[in-house]
Design a protein around this ligand. Structure first.
Ligand code: ZN
Length: 439
């Protein structure tokens, strides 16, 4: 980089080139000079995909995995939980994406998602660091347990609500033929209100807050997926309609779909029931003018063709942990000793990691690594129980200096292998998701 432009960067001159360390300051300078390296809203793009990159290394593989498909990638996507577990900031995450975009010469734009944000403070933090998308998680305002309360308890809680809240819901939803879902009984409505009304209030409040503080266009996704029970069409409709009546059209909404969407492994559940539900959720999303968002979308190959077909490629799909697992697959190939140590550490610390992630696989299904030769090691990343164990312990592993240093050295020495692994694995996601669309 020569002349005046180079002065924006802190670095050293060498043979007419300026070498600049990959700092957040230099990323800011890069984004100012080359606007395509700066995250931007994905409004207007039909098919969008979130690619969480906990390592700051994966974006080139993600970009290449898109191939010629018209998919707008959200290359920077992290939750507060992920930031805490990896000791990174939103600025670090966005800088890594910006440098990777620059490296790839990728000029079609990308987004930055503050994922599963729960409070205004978290929203402020994400937006001030440059996030262009907020995924609001209302799970703390949603009464998770109310779904199981006996009706008498629901009714008692409902009667205790302010009269204007009850009047509002009864006026809008009772004794009416509602689009898509038909009629709601008083019992159904009271339960929905008790479970969701605080979450709805929180969503409206946070949306207004974003509107107030944003300095660039921001994509607002409402996530109600982190609940104990699946989202019924009636629940989804009421949530969507309340936002609509408040003048809010989110860019996307993530209901809790039927079946199990566990981290890093294939979908488990009744595929017909999923497809049946998904069609109704899509009708509701169409009715209110937003798209559905599929969380924990890593490795859910069994539902991808349904998702692509029903949404006609107008959808948001999030992936994250699977990119970390592909990094570990590369490690198993290029540094078997490190993989062995990490694998054992992951097994020893799985219970601790289960505090953060819900997983159901059984560690007893994992073949004893001491009995396997090096050639077998990559196979572990094909076994659900091993995948989940390595998946959920990423934060604990990355905190260990013995692991961290050797791991990043291996990744630096084999970055093309990592990109190739991501192209293969996430490319398969893209291929199946788009197979029945014109994306
Ligand atoms: Zn989610």
């Amino acid at each position: 980089m020569a002349g005046e432009k180079a002065d924006a960067f802190a670095g050293t001159e060498e043979q007419g080139l300026k070498l600049c360390p990959l700092t957040n300051e230099n990323a800011t300078a890069l984004m100012a000079l080359f606007p395509y390296t700066k995250p931007a809203s994905h409004k207007g793009h039909r098919f969008t995909m979130g690619f969480g990159d906990r390592l700051g290394l994966a974006s080139p593989g993600h970009i290449r995995a898109l191939g010629d498909h018209d998919i707008y990638p959200v290359l920077a996507q992290q939750s507060i939980r992920e930031l805490n577990l990896t000791h990174r900031t939103f600025a670090d995450v966005i800088s890594a994406a910006a440098f990777n975009v620059f490296q790839e010469g990728y000029k079609k734009g990308y987004g930055a998602d503050g994922d599963h944000l729960k409070t205004k403070d978290e929203i402020k933090y994400a937006l001030s660091a440059g996030c262009t998308m907020v995924t609001l998680d209302c799970s703390e305002q949603i009464d998770q347990k109310a779904v199981t309360y006996p009706q008498a308890e629901i009714d008692a809680l409902y009667t205790a609500l302010p009269a204007d809240v009850r009047g509002h819901y009864e006026g809008v939803y009772l004794d009416k033929e509602l689009p898509i879902i038909g009629r709601l009984s008083g019992e159904e409505l009271r339960r929905i209100v008790i479970v969701f009304y605080k979450g709805i209030e929180h969503a409206i409040e946070c949306y207004r807050y974003i509107d107030e503080i944003k300095t660039v266009p921001v994509d607002f996704e409402l996530s109600i997926d982190e609940t104990l029970t699946i989202t019924t069409p009636a629940e989804h409709f009421v949530v969507g309609n309340e936002l609509h009546d408040a003048g809010i059209t989110p860019i996307s909404c993530a209901p809790h779909f039927s079946g199990a969407f566990e981290k890093g492994i294939e979908y488990a559940g009744d595929l017909n029931a999923f497809a049946h539900d998904f069609v109704v959720h899509q009708e509701i999303a169409d009715h209110f003018g937003y798209k559905l968002s599929l969380h924990s979308g890593s490795d859910k190959f069994a539902v991808f063709s349904t998702v692509g077909r029903v949404t006609k490629g107008h959808v948001h799909v999030k992936t994250a942990g699977t990119s970390w697992l592909e990094a570990m697959r590369v490690v198993s190939e290029v540094d078997p000793d490190l993989y062995r140590k990490a694998h054992k550490f992951a097994l020893e610390h799985r219970v601790e990691a289960e505090k953060y992630y819900h997983v159901s696989t059984n560690v007893n299904d994992i073949p004893n690594i001491d009995l396997e030769n090096d050639a077998y090691l990559p196979e572990y990343m094909n076994l659900p129980a091993a995948r989940q164990t390595v998946h959920i312990t990423y934060g604990l592993l990355l905190e260990q200096p013995w692991f961290r240093d050797e791991f990043f050295a291996a990744m630096a020495a084999h970055e093309e292998d990592y990109y190739a692994a991501l192209v293969r694995h996430l490319g398969k996601h893209v291929r199946i998701l788009t197979a029945e669309t014109d994306v």
